[in-house]
Design a protein around this ligand. Structure first.
Ligand code: NAI
Length: 464
């Protein structure tokens, strides 16, 4: 079976880049990305391709090539479902904020709404692909809704979790380590559906990297991969605190350990804590699933990864307060970076939000500079915490357009995102703008200590 029309529900950080790359690599397939967020779709269709809503290196070029050729962005969800042979579900699956499983389980209401809409609209057989990260056995629930509320058409459910990392999404999509496709491979129809998706990816991904499994292994592999990656960060962050007490340097430890081929060097960089929309939510989800099966030791084991991460964010903020003579009340503190990592404008679960919140509780005045994050987003992130009123956040937090501006009259600067441009700032100029002693806190191990100390900064870096 050859796929001619793809629909993707959800034009976010996953749906947008993934479909842009599929469209670019498969010119004979029509790809329509739909979303209920009109503003987002409008931005994807913006005449100036630099205004697309998601910042990823290289993405605007891919969109430029494929848009209006075989890549379309629309709010007409029904029409796109109706036309498609294959439907990707790429909507958000945040942690539940209410009811049973509050603060842990994945909220599947968006997924369920999609399933009901697909069932209502479809008049021909469809292959439905779970692109969102979902708890193991969600496909069963999907199938149940589709089969029981539909128009008698046949559905095949595939799981095709996305392994891209924000900041390197285009590169990850072009050259994936592997593509995982889970399906009902024991039946002829299931096998056909899996093959159809394999054929899409085979346009550019070598066959040996296309991994097919049963649906449940595929769903669980995505949660496992994220849990392992986050665990590495929490492990090295745990060591960073010990390094600070013992005179060891976490970068040296990380290098020495990472060169062991059994361990490997990736995801061993210590920082103010991991952020992003996935690690925390997926581990909480894993913890919840484990608990629901009565596997309390398994749940506790993984939960520790989150607890360590919370500790790392808190202890960095506490270090700032303690170093500034135990009070930051009324003091101006500049935060460089708000995105959860470099090369993305995504701020979900960014460590910066929590550091800012902690310092605001200590009555600091905060100034933020980030090269890609919009001012409204910064206020929205703080308001979302509900720690204080929106008016108070506006009064206590200022967002500026350059790092130099943020340094004016500041008691301290904290680097919270590892944007390359922060390395090349004129640090002498920044020093001159600041009050003395000028404190510099490097939450990303981005800056070189000796040159900063030579300028006159009181320098603190995580893990040494
Ligand atoms: P996102 O929040 O950026 O995008 C989701 C989009 O779905 C939103 O624009 C929302 O308006 C839309 N949507 C929700 N319900 C809808 C409906 N019923 N009809 C039409 N549109 C609807 O989320 P993101 O980051 O793209 O994540 C999507 C999924 O992919 C999540 O399950 C996430 O865990 C997973 N994932 C995310 C990665 C990442 O780096 N962000 C990486 C790998 C997987």
């Amino acid at each position: 079976m050859k796929i001619k029309n793809i629909c993707c529900i959800g034009a976010g950080y996953v749906g947008g880049p993934t479909m842009a790359v599929i469209a670019q690599k498969c010119p004979e397939i029509n790809v329509t990305v739909v979303d209920i967020n009109e503003e987002r779709i409008k931005a994807w269709n913006d005449e100036d391709v630099e205004n697309i809503p998601i910042y990823e290196p290289g993405l605007s070029n891919v969109v430029k090539e494929a848009r209006d050729r075989n890549l379309f962005f629309s709010t007409d969800v029904d029409a796109a479902i109706d036309k498609a042979d294959m439907i990707f579900i790429s909507v958000n699956t945040p942690t539940k904020t209410y009811g049973i499983g509050k603060g842990m389980a994945a909220d599947l209401k968006y997924i369920e709404l999609c399933a009901r809409q697909i069932a209502r609209v479809s008049k021909t057989d469809k292959i439905v692909v779970e692109k969102s990260t979902l708890p193991v056995r969600t496909a069963e629930a999907l199938k149940n809704i589709l089969d029981n509320t539909g128009n008698g058409v046949n559905y095949q459910i595939l799981s095709n979790p996305e392994f891209l990392a924000e900041g390197t999404a285009v590169d990850d999509l072009m050259n994936p380590d592997r593509v995982l496709i889970g399906g009902d491979i024991d039946t002829t129809e299931g096998k056909k559906a899996v093959d159809a998706l394999v054929d899409v990816y085979a346009h550019w991904v070598p066959r040996e990297k296309l991994l097919t499994t049963n649906v449940w292994s595929s769903e669980l592999s995505k949660l496992t991969a994220n849990a392992f990656l986050a665990q590495r960060v929490s492990s090295i962050n745990a060591m960073s605190e010990l390094c600070e007490k013992t005179g060891a340097d976490v970068n040296e430890v990380s290098k020495a350990v990472g060169m062991d081929s059994r361990i490997g060097s990736k995801f061993l960089k210590s920082s103010v804590g991991f952020g992003g929309s996935c690690f925390q939510k997926d581990i909480l989800n894993l913890v919840y699933i484990s608990k629901s099966f009565g596997l309390h030791e398994v749940a506790d084991y993984w939960e520790q990864v989150i607890l360590m991460n919370d500790h790392q964010k808190r202890r960095f903020a506490a270090k700032i307060v303690q170093t500034l003579f135990n009070t930051v009340s009324g003091k101006k503190i500049a935060l460089l970076g708000w995105a959860f990592k470099k090369d993305t404008n995504d701020t979900r679960e960014s460590a910066a939000i929590y550091v800012a919140d902690y310092l605001l509780n200590e009555q600091a005045e905060i100034v933020v500079y980030d090269p890609k994050v919009k001012t409204e987003q910064i206020y929205a992130d703080l308001d979302y915490l509900n720690t204080r009123s929106s008016e108070e956040n506006k009064a206590k937090v200022k967002v500026v357009n350059t790092a130099y501006e943020s340094a004016k009259g500041a008691h301290a600067i904290a680097v919270l995102t590892e944007w390359d441009e922060f390395k090349d700032l004129d640090w002498e100029k920044i020093y001159k703008e600041m009050l003395k002693p000028a404190f510099l806190f490097d939450g990303r191990r981005l800056l070189e200590r000796s040159t900063k100390e030579k300028i006159g900064f009181e320098f603190y870096a995580i893990g040494s």
